[in-house]
Design a protein around this ligand. Structure first.
Ligand SMILES: [Zn+2]
Ligand SMILES: [Zn+2]
Length: 485
C-alpha cells in the first residue's frame, strides 16, 4: 500500500463500480418522484475546461442531493455533433494527407467523420467520468443519433407546414474561407482600424454631385441607390433624380428613407442591398435591384467590371485609387470600427446575399416576450428582463442552413422535371417527384448545429415518440447552462 492517497488509482476503479451497479440510474428509487437534468451537450470535439468543471459540479450537486432524498433522479449525458468544428478537425486530418473533402466525396467524407467520432469522440465523456459526474450513461445520447435526427426532421417539417420555415435570398454572415453561412452567435466582433472613404457620385443631370461615405469601398460596385432622410432639406430637390455610379456607369436613383440618419456624415448614404443588412432592408422597401459583386470566396465577380478577379481587400484599395484618379475620392480618414470574424477561422465575415433556409422568429418570440411581460415567467434577478427583451425584440430571422456536409441534411427535395420545379419538404426521403414522377435531388446543405441542440431537452427522450421516459422526465426539472443559452 502506498503511504499517500493517490486519487488517480482509487477514483477510476470506484467510478467503474458505481457505473456497473447502476447507482446513477433513476430506477434505484422506483417509487420516487421524477427529477431530471439534461446536460448542455458539450462538443464531441471538445475537452473539459474550467467552465465545464463548474457547470458539472453544480449539476452533480443538485442531482446527488435529489437522489439521496429519494427522487427518481436522472442526469442525462451526451454530446453535440458540432457541425463546423468537427468537420474542420477531419478536414485538417485530410489536408495532412494532401486531400480535401471534395476528393473523398460526400458519403465517404461523412463515413470518415463517424470513424473519427468512434475513435476520439469519447474523450470528453471519459473526462466526465474522471470528474465523478453522476450521469446515467445508459441514457447517453448524441445529436446525430437516429432518434434525435427524427426529432430534427419532425421539427423542420412542422415549422415548414406552419409557414415558419422558408427559403429565401437574404443577407447572411458569410465566411469566404469556410465558404459557409454563419449564425449571429458564430460571429466574433472586435474593433479594427479601417478607413472611412468619402466618395462623390455625379448627378446624371450634370448639375453637381452627392457625397457618400463607406468603410468598404469595394461594395460601391454593387450600389443600386443613394438614400437620404425624407425631411432633409439639403437633398429635397434631389430625391427622384439619379446619379451615375462611378467606375460602373450604372444610373441609380436618389431615394428618401426614414431609416437614414441625417446627422451621420453628409446625411446621404450609398445603398448596397446585396452586401449590407440595413441596405438590404432599404432595398426591400424601395424595390431596388440586388447586385452581388462577389463570389463565394470574397473575390470580385463579373458585376465588378474592371475589378473582376480581385480579392475584396485588394479591391478596396484599387477602387479608392481608381476613384482618386477620377477626382471623385473626396477624402479618406482613419476610422476604428467593429468588424465581424468567423469564430472557426478568424476570417473577416462578409455580409452576403444568398439563398438560405430561415426560421421566421417573430411568431415564436412574441409569445415568449408576452410570457415575461404578463408575469407567467419570472426572472430572478429581475434586471435581466431588460437584456432578455432586448435580445428577443431584435432577433432577425434565423438562418439555419450551412454549406457543410457534417450535420442533419435539410429535408427538402427539388424536382428536376422540365415543367415542374416543385420543392418538397418531407418526413420521408424521396426518390421521385410526387407530382410529376421526375427526378429529385435533396438540398445539399445541413442544419445549423444549434437546430438540434435546441431540441435536446425532449429529443433525448425520443420525442415525437410517446416514450415512458418522455412522459416521466419532460419537462425537465432544472437546466444549468450559460446565461446566453
Ligand atoms: Zn471561417
Ligand atoms: Zn416534379
Amino acid at each position: 500500500m502506498t503511504p499517500t492517497y493517490e486519487p488517480q488509482s482509487i477514483e477510476a476503479s470506484w467510478y467503474e463500480k458505481w457505473e456497473e451497479a447502476g447507482v446513477f440510474r433513476p430506477e434505484i428509487n422506483p417509487d420516487g418522484e421524477p427529477f431530471c437534468i439534461v446536460i448542455p451537450p458539450p462538443n464531441v470535439t471538445g475537452q473539459l475546461h474550467m467552465g465545464h468543471a463548474l457547470n458539472h459540479s453544480l449539476i452533480d450537486t443538485i442531482v446527488r442531493r435529489k437522489r439521496m432524498q429519494g427522487y427518481a433522479a436522472v442526469w442525462v449525458p451526451g454530446t453535440d455533433h458540432a457541425g463546423i468544428a468537427t468537420q474542420n478537425v477531419v478536414e485538417r486530418q485530410l489536408a495532412e494527407e494532401g486531400m480535401s473533402r471534395h476528393d473523398l466525396g460526400r458519403e465517404a467524407f461523412i463515413e470518415q467523420v463517424w470513424e473519427w467520432k468512434h475513435q476520439y469522440g469519447n474523450r470528453i465523456t471519459e473526462q466526465m467520468r474522471r470528474l465523478g459526474d453522476s450521469c446515467d450513461w445508459t441514457r447517453e445520447r448524441f445529436t446525430m443519433d437516429e432518434g434525435l435526427s427524427t426529432a430534427v426532421r419532425e421539427v423542420f417539417v412542422s415549422l415548414y407546414e406552419q409557414d415558419l420555415m422558408y427559403r429565401g435570398n437574404r443577407i447572411i454572415n458569410w465566411c469566404p474561407r469556410c465558404t459557409t453561412a454563419l449564425a449571429e452567435v458564430e460571429v466574433e466582433y472586435w474593433d479594427e482600424d479601417g478607413e472611412l472613404a468619402s466618395i462623390a457620385y455625379p448627378l446624371t443631370s450634370g448639375d453637381g454631385q452627392i457625397v457618400v461615405a463607406t468603410t468598404r469601398a469595394e461594395t460601391m460596385l454593387g450600389d443600386t441607390a443613394v438614400a437620404v432622410h425624407p425631411e432633409d432639406e439639403r437633398y429635397a430637390a434631389l430625391v427622384g433624380q439619379t446619379v451615375t455610379l462611378p467606375l460602373v456607369g450604372r444610373e441609380i436613383p436618389i431615394i428618401a428613407d426614414e431609416h437614414v440618419d441625417p446627422e451621420f456624415g453628409t446625411g446621404a448614404v450609398k445603398v448596397t442591398p446585396a452586401h449590407d443588412p440595413n441596405d438590404f432592408a432599404i432595398g426591400e422597401r424601395h424595390d431596388l435591384e440586388q447586385v452581388n459583386v462577389m463570389d463565394e470566396h470574397g473575390v470580385i465577380n463579373a458585376e465588378g467590371g474592371l475589378f473582376e478577379g480581385t480579392d475584396r481587400f485588394d479591391a478596396r484599395r484599387a477602387v479608392k485609387e481608381a476613384l482618386d484618379g477620377l477626382g471623385l475620392l473626396v477624402g479618406v480618414k482613419e476610422h476604428q470600427h467593429s468588424v465581424g470574424h468567423c469564430y472557426r477561422c478568424g476570417t473577416v465575415v462578409e455580409p452576403y446575399l444568398s439563398l438560405q433556409w430561415f426560421v421566421q422568429v417573430r411568431p415564436i418570440t412574441e409569445p415568449a416576450i408576452d410570457a415575461v411581460r404578463d408575469g407567467s415567467s419570472r426572472f430572478v434577478l429581475q434586471r435581466w428582463e431588460n437584456s432578455y427583451f432586448n435580445w428577443m425584440e431584435n432577433l432577425r430571422d434565423w438562418c439555419v442552413s450551412r454549406q457543410i456536409w457534417w450535420g442533419h441534411r435539410i429535408p427538402a427535395w427539388y424536382c428536376g422535371g422540365d415543367d415542374c420545379q416543385e420543392v418538397y419538404v418531407s418526413r420521408e426521403d424521396l426518390d421521385a417527384c410526387p407530382d410529376c414522377g421526375g427526378p429529385v435531388s435533396q438540398d445539399e446543405d445541413v442544419l445549423d448545429t444549434w437546430f438540434s441542440s435546441a431540441l435536446w431537452p425532449f429529443s433525448v427522450f425520443d420525442w415525437p415518440n410517446e416514450t415512458s421516459d418522455l412522459a416521466t422526465f419532460y419537462p425537465n426539472s432544472v437546466m444549468v447552462t450559460g446565461f446566453d443559452i
